[in-house]
Design a protein around this ligand. Structure first.
Ligand SMILES: *Cc1c(COP(=O)(O)O)cnc(C)c1O
Length: 432
């Protein structure tokens, strides 16, 4: 049918408001740039194949039409449904990254200057970036030397009247010991935010890690087990937010309500101590599509990682200077995001720094995720006394300086895995 002038190029479509009327769509050559980026090579065979694809994409783009929405559309909703199904939650909210999810939880707790947050000494900066940015005080809890996760006994000692949030981090996918943390939370009325950046799929006593505290945020950054084209996060909450958690993601816009002469209302979100204003951490349809695809493979991805971890742990039994990654138990299942390799310095007659050097020489990738945060310059500049925190977190100090590193677990051939095991064992023997 020929187009009538009233078939205006844009309608408000699924977005309900006419934002789409001011946006440019992607065309065939834009899509080609994306394909060339995602699948690269520099040779003739590739160039020939690419030409065929280009012809096909051009043909396709003549028949097809652009999607009505690029941000927060049906794919985001579908992804959230799948994630709720996977986690057993009902309010999964897909956002720009895990850090943005933490921010929402901190805002819920009305975190401000003078308030305190307890976070483990060993984690990524993202865990504490919002508290630092609003002038709250980060109190570092020492770690359990076996798992390098937050030690609940040390958390108990560091709680004060000003503590508003406790942030257990499931380092490497191994769940932090949540039961005692939740007890402390109840006893002192403190919000628990799980940094589940590594733990999408981990299980603690029958529950998915990240779904036990008041909030949990997962990361789908490119270095995690699965990704949404490089950046992405999901926030979940056990609090009765209903749809309000989603409002936290996009400025509190509420299209089901209108003010006079306008398309929508902007609402506040109910926090623990009163209403707060939402920020913007919206995610895109393309990111959602990427994660839907990768999530479809997640059980297999974790299974491969688990098998590799089992292999390494079995091999490392042969030398008691090595303290290998723990393996799943009846109560705990890890995502095996990282393989925690520790040594006993006395039995090694050296420490992890010596071993790391030998591993580097043999081309074995190993990265100790992470350095105790109080060592970074920004904390010094904000008035944190490094020496004092080193004294307050002796296990973190010992683990970082003398005991642990991490090995990768995924994308390895059996040959590489064997090379890794062999060379760790040989290096350890050389040091002994
Ligand atoms: C990656 C990571 C984050 C941050 O995740 P983003 O999605 O990049 O914000 C937070 N905590 C830990 C422990 C991480 O490794």
């Amino acid at each position: 049918m020929p187009k009538k002038p009233s078939d205006f190029r844009y309608n408000t479509g699924p977005s309900q408001v006419p934002w789409a009327a001011v946006g440019e769509n992607y065309n065939a050559s834009d899509i080609m740039a994306l394909i060339k980026f995602l699948i690269m090579k520099n040779d003739d065979e590739y160039d020939n194949a690419l030409k065929e694809v280009e012809t096909a994409i051009q043909k396709l783009s003549k028949h097809g039409k652009a999607p009505g929405k690029l941000s927060l559309g049906d794919n985001v909703s579908l992804l959230e449904e799948k994630i709720n199904h996977y986690l057993g939650t009902n309010n999964a909210t897909f956002i720009t990254n895990a850090t943005a999810g933490f921010e929402i939880a901190y805002k819920y707790a009305n975190l401000g200057p003078g308030d305190e947050v307890i976070a483990p000494a060993i984690t990524f900066m993202a865990t504490i970036s919002y508290p630092l940015s609003v002038g709250a005080k980060v109190v570092f809890a020492d770690v359990d030397p076996r798992t390098i996760n937050m030690d609940p006994a040390d958390v108990a000692k560091k709680i004060t009247k000003k503590t508003k949030v406790i942030v257990p981090v499931h380092i490497g996918g191994w769940p932090a010991n949540m039961d005692p943390i939740m007890e402390l939370s109840k006893e002192h009325d403190i919000v628990v935010l799980e940094d589940a950046a590594h733990a999408f799929g981990s299980i603690y006593k029958g529950k998915k890690a990240g779904t036990i505290g008041h909030f949990g945020a997962y990361s789908f950054h490119e270095v995690k087990n699965v990704t949404s084209f490089g950046e992405g996060g999901v926030l979940v909450s056990t609090l009765p937010f209903g749809e309000d958690l989603k409002k936290c993601r996009f400025l509190g816009l509420d299209l089901s309500r209108k003010i006079k002469n306008w398309l929508y209302d902007v609402v506040a979100v109910e926090g623990k101590y009163g209403p707060f204003a939402a920020g913007n951490c919206s995610s895109t349809e393309v990111q959602a599509l990427g994660l839907i695809q990768q999530m479809g493979r997640i059980d297999d991805i974790i299974a491969v990682r688990r098998r590799n971890a089992q292999y390494l742990t079995k091999r490392f039994e042969e030398n008691e200077a090595i303290i290998p990654q723990l393996l799943d138990t009846e109560e705990i299942r890890s995502t095996y995001h990282l393989y925690l390799l520790q040594v006993d310095p006395k039995k090694l007659k050296g420490d992890i720094q010596n071993l790391k050097q030998k591993l580097d020489e043999r081309g074995i990738t190993n990265i100790p995720h992470f350095a105790p945060l109080y060592k970074f310059n920004v904390l010094k500049r904000l008035g944190y006394n490094q020496e004092e925190w080193e004294k307050a977190c002796p296990n973190a100090e010992n683990a970082f300086n003398h005991c642990f590193t991490h090995l990768p677990l995924y994308g390895l051939t059996q040959e590489q895995l064997e090379y890794m095991a062999e060379n760790v064992l040989q290096s350890v023997k050389e040091l002994q």
